[in-house]
Design a protein around this ligand. Structure first.
Ligand code: FAD
Length: 449
């Protein structure tokens, strides 16, 4: 049987585009369908616009530091509209680049909603295409908790990039990395921020020291963090949104017309036609094996729609492993150990490998922790009390570094390098034998005792 395409990809986000291009490089005939903008969540409403806003939010700290170095900085003023317009212009520019990259790779791009009508056929509006192999890369979408009355008045991270005006007061619900990042961004830009979380600490799943350090720093910067607040009720009033928040004590907060629900994401599987195939859904996500294969032999899935580790580089690497295996004559599986990740909070944090709790659960007493907390040189002249925390977790029998964590400036840049060593199985002796770059914060990772 002959098909229109060797591979057809549903969803042109991080995973879909990377896979389509890699398969096309190997000579496969590839098509891709996208109903929204090319680039997916990361480029249009995730990592990229968020990081640009993080940069915008960091200037007040640097203005403050500048005076310690002899600079007189005039009155600073922030204009939300200028920033949002610039951020969205950059997103537009990236959309154009994605289109050109796909064209150059000879991937045929369809604009529309892809629905599987049988296991080899995809409908895009009136048109139908067939493919020998199909990749589902439809990503995820934010979900608002349905147990909060009035939650329909809250926006999600999706809408924040298009707000025409800066909110003066905002309540962010949810202490995951997206909630924490937006709390820091908006606070840095001058919005009055309250972060409401159900538990006692933000960022569950991350190393405890990292969680406490960021939470403390956020409070010191003026972000109110209301912990152990399981019940929230939102109503719209003349003066804004009224949030009644119950916990140990009840409290009422009034926010602008904006409160942000950063409470999680789920795979976007609606109207995808999975019921017309043998593809299985488990816990709301497309079920796949270690080769990203679904229960239907020639249908594969990568990225957030499989709800494994929901990060852009993971979606890309899963997709490339699939393309290398099926079109490049190699046999590749995605490796999920030692995936580094960052929290673009203020202060920034990044991490690779096991948390202390995970290491203790895995290795018992055979764990040694190295910790260092210091004021980076940059903050000495301005006399600012900004600290960096670094932590190494070593499994003492093999002497291997099994976790590295950091809170402080450039954490993501520094941990990316450390991650290579951890991934290669470097020991603490290897770290110690590495000469530091002086003066830097990063050298602390090779001098810890
Ligand atoms: P997506 O990028 O979401 O792409 C899926 C695409 O499929 C979308 O464009 C969608 O429109 C399209 N689609 C869906 N259904 C259909 C259909 N039936 N037909 C046609 N098209 C369809 N990750 C990081 O690594 N670092 C970060 O700093 C980071 N920050 C983030 C910040 C925010 C606010 C958010 C929301 C996410 C962030 N992420 C970050 C996560 C990252 O964006 C995702 O992990 C990544 O985009 C997943 O890629 P994907 O290809 O699986 O899905």
């Amino acid at each position: 049987m002959s098909y229109d395409f060797d591979l057809f990809v549903i969803g042109a986000g991080s995973g879909g585009i990377a896979t389509a291009r890699r398969a096309a490089e190997y000579g496969a005939k590839v098509g891709i369908v996208e109903f929204d903008r090319l680039g997916g969540t990361c480029v249009n409403r995730g990592c990229v616009p968020k990081k640009l806003m993080v940069y915008a939010s960091n200037f007040p700290k640097d203005f403050k530091a500048a005076s310690g170095y002899g600079w007189t900085v005039g009155e600073s003023k922030f204009d939300w509209n200028t920033m949002i317009t610039a951020v969205n212009n950059e997103v537009d520019r990236l959309n154009g680049i994605y289109q050109r990259m796909l064209d150059n790779s000879k991937v045929k791009v369809y604009q529309g909603y892809g629905t599987l009508i049988d296991s080899h056929t995809i409908a895009i509006g009136e048109e139908k295409v067939t493919a020998e192999k199909i990749l589902i890369a439809v990503g995820g979408k934010p979900v608002k908790p349905d147990d909060i009355p009035g939650i329909e008045h809250a926006i999600t991270s999706r809408e924040i990039f298009h707000l025409q005006e800066q909110p003066k007061r905002v309540v962010i619900i949810g202490g995951g990395y997206i909630g924490v990042e937006f709390a820091c961004i908006l606070n840095g830009l001058g919005t009055e921020v309250t972060l409401v979380i159900r538990k006692d600490k933000i960022l569950s799943g991350f190393d405890d020291d990292i969680r406490s350090e960021i939470q403390e720093a956020m409070k010191n910067q003026g972000i109110r963090i209301l912990t152990n607040k399981p019940k929230i009720n939102i109503s719209k009033t003349d003066i804004g949104l009224e949030l009644k928040i119950a916990g140990e004590q009840e409290e009422t907060i009034v926010a602008d017309a904006v409160s942000l629900a950063a409470t999680g994401r789920i795979p976007r599987l609606e109207n995808l036609g999975l019921e017309n195939t043998k593809v299985e859904i488990v816990n709301g996500a497309v079920a796949v094996d270690k080769y990203s294969q679904t229960a239907e032999e020639h249908i594969y899935a990568v990225g957030d729609c499989t709800d494994r580790i929901n990060l852009t580089p993971v979606a890309i690497q899963e997709g490339r492993a699939f393309a290398d295996t099926h079109f490049g004559g190699q046999s590749k599986q995605m490796a999920y150990d030692n995936i580094p990740t960052a929290i673009f909070s203020t202060p920034e944090a990044a991490t690779v490998g096991l948390t202390e709790a995970e290491a203790r659960a895995k290795y018992g007493d055979a764990v040694k922790i190295y910790r260092s907390k210091f004021r980076p040189m940059y903050y000495t002249l301005p006399n600012m009390q900004v600290k960096t925390l670094m932590k190494l977790i070593v499994e003492t029998e093999s002497n291997k570094v099994v976790g590295a964590h950091m809170v402080g400036d450039y954490a993501a840049e520094i941990i990316q390098g450390v991650a290579i060593a951890v991934k290669m199985g470097a020991t603490k002796a290897d770290f110690d034998a590495t000469v530091g770059i002086h003066p830097s914060s990063a050298e602390e990772f090779v001098t810890m005792r």
